[in-house]
Design a protein around this ligand. Structure first.
Ligand code: SF4
Length: 340
């Protein structure tokens, strides 16, 4: 709940308006798990809230898998037919949590295990925030990325509410510069993210050519990358917020120099930096990973054209936690643990 909603709850329980801020502090700063722990509210009001069915709503992970590289994948209850995963990624002085925004995904990107399993439901803002608050490493987090299961722009109301709770002074008071929302470019949702938040934006492109991108990502047919980039050019990514382009590299599909030159042309004037992502084979997709040499040549070509590009380190592959591998499936998680 945001502050207005907590205010309505406080009023219904006969509490003064400042009780909303007190409740927000208990929920998002002191992180209690039980309404009875909100000790500066009258006992009678706390009991009334419980009697009316209110709960704090915190739910612990139901399963976890630990990678040899320190990455931890947590499974949380999602929709009735599908759980969701959040991935904790420690890296020197950074600790990033990759959160899910949907149970599954409707966007059907061919290379992605989440997409291959279809869509089973949207997460609420509470379910998104719960991933942040309920992992054991919650207090150590420095960054949050919405790059887990689902397309954030397809569940934009809950994502905006979650970003509000994460960044508001009455909430968790995180700087938006520590939050990145990743999207494949579902335009109405992306527009709202650009206008109503200051978080960093990551856009998954994966090909500079419309026909080839549409083959990998059906979203291209409804919201072409050229229109998407025209929108992004109207925003300032040179100062406060950052725009990154996510580009997963498949051998023989999108990783030759023709693609590199076309990508550089497409990104001119956007202030975007490019993250080149190693592809991890997924059972339902025939693509193969590009080689290290191909990735380095691609990176160097982009850099020579004035586009900052880096090869992103791959984390948690052994527990099926790397990009494109989240399935929200306990059996799959356990299986991969057994294979270690
Ligand atoms: S890559 Fe993202 S948008 Fe595409 S199917 Fe997977 S989760 Fe959905």
């Amino acid at each position: 709940m945001n502050l207005d909603e907590l205010g309505a709850v406080a009023a219904a329980a006969g509490l003064r308006s400042f009780a909303a801020k007190q409740m927000a502090k208990w929920l998002y700063v002191k992180r209690v798990t039980d309404i009875m722990e909100m000790t500066d509210l009258p006992v009678r009001a706390r009991q009334q809230l419980i009697d009316e069915g209110y709960t704090v709503g915190r739910v612990a992970p139901i399963h976890e898998a630990r990678s040899t590289d320190g990455t931890v994948k947590y499974l949380f209850p999602g929709a009735p037919a599908r759980d969701v995963e959040a991935v904790y990624i420690p890296d020197r002085d950074r600790a990033t949590l990759c959160v899910s925004s949907q149970a599954g995904c409707k966007m059907a990107c061919r290379f992605c295990m989440t997409g291959q399993g279809g869509w089973q439901g949207n997460l609420t803002a509470g379910q998104i925030i719960n991933q942040v608050l309920s992992i054991p490493e919650s207090d150590t987090l420095t960054n949050i990325v919405f790059m887990g299961m689902g397309e954030p722009a397809d569940n934009i109301d809950a994502v905006l509410r979650a970003v509000d709770i994460l960044t508001a002074p009455w909430g968790m008071a995180w700087s938006p510069r520590r939050i990145t929302v990743s999207t494949i470019g579902k335009q109405p949702g992306l527009d709202m993210l650009l206008e109503r938040t200051q978080v960093h934006i990551a856009v998954s492109l994966h090909s500079p050519f419309a026909d080839e991108r549409a083959d990998l990502m059906p979203v291209e047919k409804a919201w072409p990358a050229t229109e998407l980039l025209a929108t992004l050019r109207r925003h300032d990514f040179a100062h406060q917020r950052r725009l990154s382009i996510e580009y997963t590299m498949f051998d023989g599909i999108n990783s030759d120099m023709r693609h590199a030159h076309a990508l550089a042309r497409l990104l001119q004037g956007t202030d975007a930096r490019v993250n080149l992502i190693r592809f991890h084979r997924t059972p339902g997709f025939e693509g193969r990973p590009a080689s290290q040499a191909q990735m380095e040549r691609f990176r160097d070509t982009l850099n020579a054209a004035g586009i900052t590009a880096t090869i992103r380190a791959s984390r948690g592959e052994d527990i099926m936690a790397a990009c494109g591998m989240l399935a929200g499936n306990k059996k799959q998680t356990k299986q991969s643990e057994n294979e270690q």
